[in-house]
Design a protein around this ligand. Structure first.
Ligand SMILES: [Fe+2]
Length: 306
């Protein structure tokens, strides 16, 4: 709690706000991935890189990479990335853009992401609706933005600034959070209004909706139903860990539970066909289990979309 208060104070005394008037000129095509009827992807991880080329255990339709982990790399890992790009369509899912910060956006970094996307023919750049940076220092965490009207205006302007540079919609993800910060409006209204004002796309993390609905005691189904699902560019699914009777931690290290599959089934029944990505950040012992999770999601998608 002390940490959060410190962050809030830092935000309040930092006053640099960008006000550029920007527009989106180009819609994301995502054409390569959408050639298939159902598209189930997996986050590419260096720990299991060889599994992505063996065809024996996992068989995703596309992969997702964090640009921060790959921009500027040469040598062996550059060769691996080239192999990945030869075999799979790629989505970039960033970690450090920090759309909620009051620091100036890192324009040089955004241009690097744009070059990276051009180099590997990538259509989508997604990021978290959070802040991860303050006073030019990375916090190495994805912290919640205050659900307030002034935050909506601030974040929307920053998203438009990014979109103007990359010349396509930014895809914004709903994040998990463990305490709200100076909340004045509902989370659902905060997200909806930013999507509208920034005219951006959404990465809908169904597990994050489940985790937040449990931790903050709201109805996950009602939350999903109220979202502008026509703005969803793709979906995230992941596992989490229940650490007490009233707290779930979004770990990306466990298997997906049945309740999250049910919420995913409901979500996909309300919307059209979009790609779905399985997130797993550690616990890679059971590689076949990852394929089982992808297969399960594929069956649910088939039932709702074909
Ligand atoms: Fe996610």
């Amino acid at each position: 709690m002390v940490f959060y208060l410190a962050i809030i104070i830092i935000i309040r005394i930092t006053t640099t706000i960008t006000n550029d008037k920007l527009s989106v000129n180009q819609q994301s095509q995502f054409s390569e991935i959408m050639k298939k009827d159902i598209n189930i992807g997996l986050g590419f991880k260096k720990e299991i890189d060889e599994e992505f080329f063996s065809n024996n255990t996992i068989n995703p339709d596309f992969v997702e990479v964090a640009p921060e982990n790959w921009i500027g790399l040469g040598g062996y890992w550059k060769q691996v990335l080239n192999k990945v790009a030869d075999k799979y369509p790629i989505i970039t899912h960033g970690l450090s853009l920090s759309v909620g910060s009051y620091d100036d956006l890192d324009i040089r970094f955004i241009k690097q992401v744009k070059s990276f996307m051009n180099e590997y023919d990538i259509d989508i750049y997604s990021e978290h609706l959070s802040f991860a940076k303050t006073n030019n220092a990375h916090l190495y965490d994805l912290l919640p933005i205050p659900f307030r009207e002034d935050s909506i205006k601030h974040v929307s302007e920053r998203i438009k600034q990014v979109q103007d540079i990359i010349n396509k919609p930014l895809v914004i993800e709903n994040v998990s959070y463990y305490t709200s910060v100076e909340q004045e409006i509902l989370e659902i209204d905060f997200i909806k209004e930013i999507l509208h004002q920034a005219d951006c796309k959404m990465l809908l993390d169904v597990n994050n909706v489940y985790v937040n609905s449990f931790n903050h005691n709201y109805d996950a189904y009602d939350f999903i139903k109220k979202l502008p699902l026509d703005r969803v560019e793709y979906i995230h699914m992941a596992g989490h860990k229940k650490v007490s009777d009233n707290l779930i931690i979004d770990t990306h290290g466990e298997s997906i539970i049945d309740e999250v599959y049910k919420l995913f089934d409901y979500t996909t029944s309300l919307m059209g066909n979009v790609p779905v990505l399985l997130e797993r950040d550690f616990n890679f012992d059971d590689i076949k289990g990852l394929q089982y999770e992808m297969d399960t999601m594929r069956e649910i998608c088939k039932n709702n979309w074909i």
